[in-house]
Design a binder for this molecule. Sequence first.
Ligand SMILES: Nc1ncnc2c1ncn2[C@@H]1O[C@H](COP(=O)(O)OP(=O)(O)OP(=O)(O)O)[C@@H](O)[C@H]1O
Length: 673
Amino acid sequence: MEIGGSSESQNETKKGKSKTPRKPKESLLKQKSPAEFFAENKNIAGFDNPGKSLYTTVRELVENSLDSAEAISELPVVEITIEEIGKSKFNSMIGLVDRERVDAQLYDDYETAKAREKRLAKEARAQEVQAKNASLGKKVKEQSTMKGMKGRGEASFYRVTCKDNGKGMPHDDIPNMFGRVLSGTKYGLKQTRGKFGLGAKMALIWSKMSTGLPIEISSSMKAQSYISFCRLDIDIHRNIPHIHLHEKRNNDDCWHGAEIQVVIEGNWTTYRSKILHYMRQMAVITPYAQFLFRFISDAPDKNVTIKFARRTDVMPPVPLETKHHPSSVDLLLIKRLIAETSKQNLLQFLQHEFVNIGKSLAERLIGEMGPEFSPKMVVKSLTDQQIVRINQLFRQAKFDDPTGDCLSPAGEYNLRLGIIKELHPDMVATYSGSAQVFEGHPFIVEAGVSVGGKDVKQGLNIFRFANRIPLLFEQGADVVTRTALKRINWGSYKINQTQDKIGVFVSVVSTKIPFKGTGKEYIGDDINEIATAVKSAIQQCCIQLKSKIIKKMLAREQQERKRNLSRYIPDATNAVYDVLKYMSQSHASKKKRYSGEEAEILSNITANLITKETIKEKLAEHVEKVDYEMALEYATQSGVTEEPREDIFIQTLDPENKFIEFQSPIFVFRLVC
Ligand SMILES: Nc1ncnc2c1ncn2[C@@H]1O[C@H](COP(=O)(O)OP(=O)(O)OP(=O)(O)O)[C@@H](O)[C@H]1O
């Protein structure tokens, strides 16, 4: 790849036709370190602009904290604080003296008197239009007074701190974990939120680019007598940590976990809602974690404190590290596995370094490779050609699919809890699919579909999760959105796609999520296996909902019928009474004689023993009876043998709040101790 060139060589190109003999061309070849590459292309890691960088920094730190607590089966407690730092405070932090503007015209936001006049006139006109619209009851748009301003404007700085109760980090590893791009502990074949060994370093690179300040890490591992403290930044060109301070401090409180602090440029105003949505959705998919989110500003009215309480103590099982499936490997990987294996011969290597290759299959595979292969041959002596042969066979042979045992899906219970907590829907259905396979990697799709609820807009409200990370960006291209919009016939499940308030929650877990880009923002729609599993999981939820919806519709119709019949009771009473009165008069005056039961009724009318009130009561009783009989008939037909049931969820006793909550979609029952 040609990256830039020396000024000399550029001059040469410009001059082009010079007749002077050319000097031998200097080589244009240059190298870049991974840190340099990501610093120059930070958008591919989710650091597109200051606002998005603030969001991604929060994400990366929170996800590391959750991975870390879950790795030691500790119910996560994560505290995240974003502290706004004014320009003066920031300057004093870096030892820079504030300076007043002297040459005003030098600045990008300088406005000439004429331009100011023009702008004010325009704003006044806009205000007039707004006032007019408001008086007509029309929606008014917020006016931006600084619209059209040139330049990047004043930067805003934030100190982001994330503290957890996780496993901490070994003292000596901390510098590389935070100061060397593409280094991490999550490269193994395991379901984790982190994968690339990049996130925390990107936060540091961004802080270096925007504020020049280092990152600070405090960490202690379980039962460790000291807390490691490290202040470092990164040598971008060499991709190595540049350590300012690395020391051991007392750990008198026997704390374990990590606290990471970084000062970056950001934009809280534009990304406030994204960050809060992220935290809310993270709390939904991780109801066994407790989050404390704080935004601290110089203006106290802008402060935000949200505690997302733990809703359950049930943690999904810890994801397990697994071995490669033979259909997911390539030449490079086979070579690496050969270099790293502790097994001596080919038979042992095949048996122990891959899943789904038992002894007899390994023997058959070796037989199939050709006469120069044997079970006892030393695996490290395989030639390049022989490795190609193994790879070819792996691609063509049939292997059992990997099981999903190593995965840790959120679980239907957690998903349901999250949906109820988030949307308070009228009805909800959840489904957990069985493990499927994409390119040798197992994956599980879980889905939840809800109808109704508070703060839910009409139409589809889509919530996506991958390895239990909420995905908030690039929604349009994501497999879940596309499937919900285009491949589900909502009408056939009695759900109105545009009028109903529909919540669609889909969570995918895998040893390898095929994200588009390192920013982990969406899963493409081009993977058939995943698209099919997503569609089927949503459909399963819809099938469950359909029967609930039909029952509700029938109940509503019945209610309607009853109301309609009851509406006629007063008129029917008058009519029946008038007829009976007339008949009773004929009977009494002997104009027309009635006998038996009829005569008895007519006498009771005359004697005022049957009044309008009596008829009204009888008619009402009849409507009730008809309604009950119809309900019974419906219940017999549809096989309903019990009273309707409602799921309820019990929240654990929180030591701070002495109460237990029973939560159901329609009520919360609080037991105070
Ligand atoms: N809060 C933490 N507690 C314990 N270890 C941590 C913590 N934060 C980071 N680490 C360690 O530092 C390593 C590097 O973190 P980083 O965020 O750069 O990458 P990652 O999480 O491995 O992958 P990704 O780039 O996909 O997020 C992690 O693999 C982990 O071992």
